[in-house]
Design a protein around this ligand. Structure first.
Ligand code: COA
Length: 146
């Protein structure tokens, strides 16, 4: 399996992964969100990675920029917006690999915090902890630069 940045040529396959991984309604909502973010300048820089097996896209992950405004400093942060793996490829580590590769690349770029609104049983295995531990009043999870 190869993990690489996605290109515009991958968009149809990325939509297919989301439509296969989620139910119809969620799938449509997510592909609209992902497509909107691909064209949203305020989401830049974004990181869109695909997992490719035998020439086929089997998983996709998207991180976009988040602005955290503090009184004295600006924190470089990203949001893990979506993660999807083809049903027939689930539970063999594709999602975990996409998260880990994404975090590695973001941290190498100097990103200090990554937030995700996701399942509290799934994301902690890749280093996310409840954002409440940082004082955030939400159910977000976050991971900091190692
Ligand atoms: C959730 C998802 C991205 C995980 O990717 P994956 O490649 O199947 O996951 P991995 O193989 O890396 O990890 C598998 C582990 O995660 C657990 N897991 C998978 N989906 C989970 C979920 N929604 N909630 C909690 N745990 C989950 C599995 O039980 C497994 O645990 P184990 O290692 O203890 O057996 C994938 O299953 C998927 O696309 N699901 C449908 C879309 C979805 O729900 N996306 C939102 C993620 S919050």
């Amino acid at each position: 399996m190869e993990i690489r940045r996605s290109t515009k040529l991958d968009n149809t396959e990325i939509c297919n992964v989301h439509m296969s991984a989620f139910d119809d309604e969620e799938g449509h909502e997510l592909i609209k969100l992902v497509s909107d973010l691909f064209h949203d300048k305020t989401a830049l820089p974004l990181l869109s990675l695909v997992a490719v097996d035998d020439g086929k896209i089997i998983g996709h992950i998207l991180f976009t920029k988040v602005e955290i405004i503090q009184k004295k400093e600006t924190i470089s942060a990203q949001l893990l917006v979506s993660l999807a793996v083809l049903p027939e490829q689930q539970n063999v580590g594709v999602g975990t690999t996409l998260i880990k590769e994404g975090l590695k690349e973001l941290h190498a770029q100097g990103v200090e915090l990554v937030f995700v609104l996701g399942h509290p049983d799934y994301y902690p295995s890749t280093g996310f902890i409840p954002a409440g531990k940082l004082g955030a009043r939400s159910t977000l999870l976050h991971t900091s630069k190692k």
